[in-house]
Design a protein around this ligand. Structure first.
Ligand code: HPA
Length: 290
């Protein structure tokens, strides 16, 4: 979609919320609860925003929420457009482009993901170190408008190392504080609980989950978690020089890692269970992103 369309969407958003937005967030499946953290919230249904598509999948409310978290102006995408829903990839990434045109410099992408790494558990939060794009499409395909960025953008550091440090520091602090509270409560020395792990996310087209053979293949390729989003948005943001932080919520073990079949309901439920930890982590991270 053209630069002009992104400008129209950005202008519309600006007309509803005048403050300069510092950080944009995309909330993944089951992770929509963070939207409640936004103060002085202005909520705009996607269908009201020029050129935005509509969200269809269960668990995605489909609105943009503008307001403040810890005094920082944010734009929260509650619900995203997935390629598997049948949208054109241009529609999938249009919100990111609109927010980029609006001047957003930092983007936090969250998602639900299946674990390929056997060390992770249901409910583990994984900081995305890097990604592999197997969605089958690149959002920058087609005529390039230099106003978005260059034709061949570098992808050496999609997920900002600086932001990864911010997230790890925040997670460590949280773990220390929790251990201290538990120690005071129980009178016993507590082991530090790791709040954040790190790994490689692989974006797949979906909507069917993977086969065990596919998961074995992906493991050999160095994948830690699999999902059906995030990668197109991250690529789009990097073309616009927006710094990206990615967090996956491990909602299930990937196919064949355990004998259990995977259900969408399980994905949604696990998301809801880790919501409180994720909320707290994001609250600590957001004011530190520059
Ligand atoms: N595979 C792909 N996408 C997912 C999964 C999975 O196991 N869990 C949540 N999103």
């Amino acid at each position: 979609m053209s630069y002009e369309k992104a400008v129209e969407a950005a202008r519309f958003i600006k007309s509803k919320y005048e403050k300069e937005i510092k950080v944009a967030l995309v909330l993944g499946s089951g992770l929509g609860a963070f939207a409640d953290e936004v103060e002085n919230a202005v909520k705009i249904p996607y269908e009201d925003i020029p050129h935005f598509a509509r969200s269809t999948v269960e668990g995605h409310a489909g609105q943009l929420i503008l307001g403040e978290v810890e005094g920082v102006s944010v734009a929260v995408q509650q619900g995203r457009f997935h390629y598997y829903e049948g949208y054109d990839i241009q529609q999938v990434i249009f919100p990111i482009r609109s927010l980029g045109v609006l001047g957003v410099k930092s983007l936090i992408l969250t998602n639900a993901a299946g674990s390929v790494d056997t060390d992770f558990k249901q409910g583990t939060l994984m900081l995305i170190r890097d990604h592999i794009n197997l969605i089958g499409v690149n959002p920058l395909r087609g005529k390039n408008d230099e106003q978005f960025g260059e034709r061949f953008p570098d992808m050496t550091e999609v997920y900002s190392l600086e932001y990864q440090d911010v997230a790890i520091t925040a997670a460590k602090q949280m773990a220390l504080e929790k251990a201290k509270v538990d120690e005071e409560r129980t009178g016993k020395k507590q082991e530090l609980h790791r709040i954040l792990r790190r790994g490689v996310y692989c974006g797949l087209p979906g909507p069917s989950y993977e086969t065990p053979a596919e998961i074995r293949m992906l493991r050999l390729l160095g994948v830690d978690a699999v999902g059906m989003s995030t990668v197109p948005e991250a690529i789009t943001a990097r073309q616009m020089s927006i710094k990206v932080l990615g967090i996956s919520c491990i909602t299930n073990m990937a196919a064949g890692i355990t004998e259990e079949p995977i259900h969408h309901e399980e994905v949604m439920e696990t998301g809801a269970k880790v919501a409180a930890t994720l909320k707290e982590l994001l609250r600590r991270i957001i004011p530190k992103l520059n």
